[in-house]
Design a protein around this ligand. Structure first.
Ligand code: F6R
Length: 264
């Protein structure tokens, strides 16, 4: 596990985009697992900037999003389809055929649909880098507390904390989705590399539990301790409850010296 500490959300976004861009340059047909949410907006802005500057080509990149609200059509302004187009896909040269986002409009045969999503990930060769945000309750994707560490893509009921956090995006009186389709923790752990991003004080407790606490289904992101190549990229506020900060800084220094490609 690598813990990269940065001063603020701007530095975090910049570094995350550099890591992703470096991976795309090394492997133009990279299979990228993507997340939505406010933490991702700055990262996608940086990726769009790199593309506009001519140094980042998405033409062969394949993407799989983690999740989508059940019941929201792609055109719905709060859908994750809409989010991805607004913040990334509309501004880069990705081939629309290479974009995969769970379909929130299905209303039967959920298990079959979710199995087919997993099958398309396998058919693409598996995810090379999975980008993750983290909920205040430690969720990754919409794997709410008590999700099985072995879980696969499935229908998930959203927790009250997640509903409260997400309610600010919906207009007053507007019907809010109570379920989502999400890749499972087991699906996330299958990715060859995982990059979790956390910024802001509201994430500090979840970050500390995930990195330094016991592996428990009560904190889904703690399962990432089982992954052989996971990087947590966090700003000062999100890192404020970590007890081993000096050690992470020393590891970073040595990583820069001995295996600098892990940081580019
Ligand atoms: C959404 C997702 C979620 C978010 C998390 C943090 O695709 O995967 O796990 O990453 O809820 O959201 P923000 O960044 O809005 O705090």
């Amino acid at each position: 596990m690598l813990v990269i500490l940065k001063r603020d959300a701007g530095e975090v976004s910049h570094q995350a985009a550099q890591l992703i861009a470096g991976a795309v340059r090394r492997k133009p047909s990279l299979v990228l697992g993507l997340a939505t949410g406010s933490t991702m907006i700055g990262i996608y802005q940086q990726l769009v900037r790199l593309h506009r500057e001519g140094s980042l080509d998405f033409s062969q990149v394949v993407t799989f999003n983690l999740d989508e609200y059940l019941g929201l059509a792609p055109a719905h302004p709060q859908s994750f389809h809409h989010f991805m187009h607004e913040h990334l896909f509309a501004h880069v040269n990705i081939n629309p055929r290479n974009i995969h986002i769970p379909d929130g409009t299905i209303h039967e045969n959920y298990d079959q649909y979710c199995a087919s999503y997993e099958q398309s990930i396998r058919a693409a060769g598996g995810i090379d880098i999975q980008l993750l945000g983290i909920g205040r309750n430690g969720h990754i994707g919409f794997n709410e507390p008590t999700s099985s560490i072995a879980s696969r893509t499935r229908l998930k009921v959203l927790s009250k904390e997640t509903l409260d956090d997400n309610s600010k995006s919906f207009a007053p009186g507007e019907e809010r989705p109570r379920c989502a389709i999400t890749m499972g923790i087991g699906s996330i752990l299958d990715a060859r590399k995982v990059l979790l991003i956390a910024t802001g004080a509201s994430k500090a407790a979840a970050v500390a539990k995930s990195i330094e606490g016991p592996i428990t289904s009560a904190v889904s992101a703690s399962a990432l301790q089982l992954h052989p190549d996971v990087t947590f990229l966090v700003d000062d506020e999100a890192a404020s409850q970590l007890t081993q900060r000096d050690y992470y800084l020393r590891v970073l220094e040595m990583t820069a010296l001995l295996t600098p490609d892990r940081l580019s």
